[in-house]
Write a protein that binds this ligand. Structure first.
Ligand code: CA
Ligand code: CA
Length: 511
């Protein structure tokens, strides 16, 4: 009996072995752009290497540096099928506008996804936004999406110097009135306790970031220019009451002298030097991605506080409930040069699991990431002398390429809360619950892309220059009506219609 079984086993396994030994691996080419001199070290990522062995394939990686990509891209697109690779990986390689303006070279993938990508189909069902963001304006899917693992929800968060509050015996501000009083106290008193009452900068930034106006409901986290209201309607941010009231408040604070008077002229180097002054902590309050990166040697004096409540009593927070910059489209497209699109998509489908996603976002299991016996996963600390971020870029595809970590899988990932990605995620504790709907980065038709770039050139410049003047010199009430009519004369209504249409398509594609 035993003999018979082993004989059966040999007979059954024989074709498998002979197939994998005899058949040459199938090859396809994948083009991707990497930032500057990052190079190709990611191709030795154990997940990618093992997947090639398992599938008996060989990926011919074509890796271009961002330094050369600007010259190479138009040549590739002009050359068409004879020069294009089989597949293009990463949202930064070909944008949606690149694809839609050259749509004859890209395969519509929706039927091929149904036939070849069970993991991605399941992800689309679990998170309809993922499918919606992948659907082009003509209703086809030309590229695959990603959802990155364990991303923070809140973007720039309110950060205050707790030591200064303690020095002046002040409570953590919760409303714009309380914040105003705290900033004035920082200005008038010796908040940092060095004997000089005049060396404190109550609030600083680089320009007036829209995060400063979040208490008023400005929550356009992706800089799309549009706000999503509670009932789901969208409106242009820069003619809204939220914007107008927020700027009036900013001007009031500017006149009170609590906003850095170099706000509109300083660059990041000057701002950083103030935040990391070697003598004494100089800054009281800021909106920041993370306090460690900007306050550096003084970081222990700072803490993230709950969002400041606005005039309507609501605490708003800029962010994305699905994870910040977590859902991305245009991560993998297939060109008409590809002979076996099904095979490439079967390969890509293997990227859409939690375990694959952490390995492609940070690095291989047993190397950069670890699987624990209890079913959780740990992100390991980098070797001495290497920053975490450069380690991840060296060992993985990082931001580029397909991946999907579900909300449930995110729960299994353990990050170090004292540094890097883990510290940022820890800052969600006081802030993530206040994040509402945000306007996502959407897809447009070729005509719409052309019209938008034309409209935005005028509109955005006018909005920016007016803002700086209104904050520093005032005059918003007197000039508001003229400002609005100028924007409409520049084509604001056409721009609105394009955005409203794209948003309606996005909602429809989620059904
Ligand atoms: Ca002072
Ligand atoms: Ca002082």
């Amino acid at each position: 009996m035993k003999k018979l079984l082993s004989l059966l086993l040999i007979v059954c396994l024989l074709p498998v072995f002979s197939a994998s030994f005899a058949e040459e691996p199938k090859t396809f080419s994948v083009l991707t752009m990497r930032w500057s001199d990052m190079g190709d070290s990611f191709v030795s990522n154990p997940f990618l290497v093992q997947l090639e062995e398992e599938m008996n394939i060989k990926v011919d990686w074509q890796i271009v540096s961002s330094n050369d990509w600007g010259d190479q891209k138009p040549i590739l697109l002009a050359g068409g099928e004879s020069v294009l690779p089989d597949a293009v990986l990463g949202f930064q390689t070909f944008s949606e506008a690149d694809i839609i303006n050259n749509v004859e070279y890209f395969l519509p993938l929706e039927d091929l996804i149904e036939e070849n990508m069970p993991n991605l189909v399941a992800a689309f069902e679990e998170m309809p936004a993922l499918k919606a963001i992948s659907t082009s304006a003509d209703g086809h899917i030309y590229s695959l999406p990603s959802r990155m693992p364990k991303r923070p929800v809140a973007c720039n968060v309110p950060v205050i110097n707790m030591k200064w509050l303690e020095n002046l015996n002040l409570a953590v501000p919760t409303t714009i009135e309380e914040l105003e009083a705290v900033l004035v106290a920082f200005k008038e008193q010796d908040a940092n306790g060095n004997g000089d009452p005049n060396d404190e900068i109550p609030f600083t930034g680089i320009g007036l970031g829209m995060d400063f106006l979040t208490p008023f409901g400005m929550t356009d986290v992706y800089g799309q220019r549009y706000l999503v209201e509670e009932d789901g309607t969208v409106k242009y941010a820069y003619t809204s009451d939220e914007y107008k009231e927020g700027l009036k408040w900013a001007h009031k604070l500017y006149k009170l002298g609590v906003i850095d008077n170099e706000l509109f002229t300083q660059d990041q180097v000057i701002r950083d030097a103030k935040c990391d002054d070697p003598e004494v902590s100089r800054v009281g309050f800021a909106y920041a991605w993370s306090y460690d990166a900007i306050f550096r040697r003084w970081m222990n004096e700072y803490a993230v506080i709950e969002p400041i409540a606005g005039p309507d009593g609501v605490r708003y927070q800029q962010g994305d409930k699905n994870g910040l910059y977590s859902i991305k489209s245009n991560q993998l497209s297939i060109t008409t040069a590809c002979e076996d699109p099904a095979l490439v998509l079967q390969w890509a489908d293997k990227f859409y699991t939690g375990e694959a996603s952490i390995q492609n976002f940070w690095g291989g299991l047993g190397e950069v990431t670890s699987a624990n016996p209890d079913g959780t996963y740990t992100l390991n600390n980098p070797p001495e002398g290497i920053s975490a971020d450069s380690w991840y870029w060296d060992r993985s595809l990082r931001d580029f390429g397909p991946k999907y970590s579900s909300l449930a899988f995110d729960e299994k990932i353990i990050l170090d809360p004292t540094q890097g990605d883990g510290l940022k995620v820890a800052m969600d504790e006081n802030t993530a619950q206040y994040v509402g709907e945000c306007f996502p980065e959407l897809k447009y038709t070729a005509d719409e892309y052309n019209e938008l770039s034309f409209l935005q050139a005028d509109i955005d410049t006018f909005v920016d220059t007016t803002r700086a003047r209104w904050v520093t010199e005032g005059g918003i009430d007197e000039e508001w009506d003229d400002y609005v009519s100028t924007l409409y004369a520049m084509g604001l209504e056409d721009m609105n219609n394009i955005y409203f249409g794209a948003y309606a398509r996005y909602l429809e594609a989620q059904k």
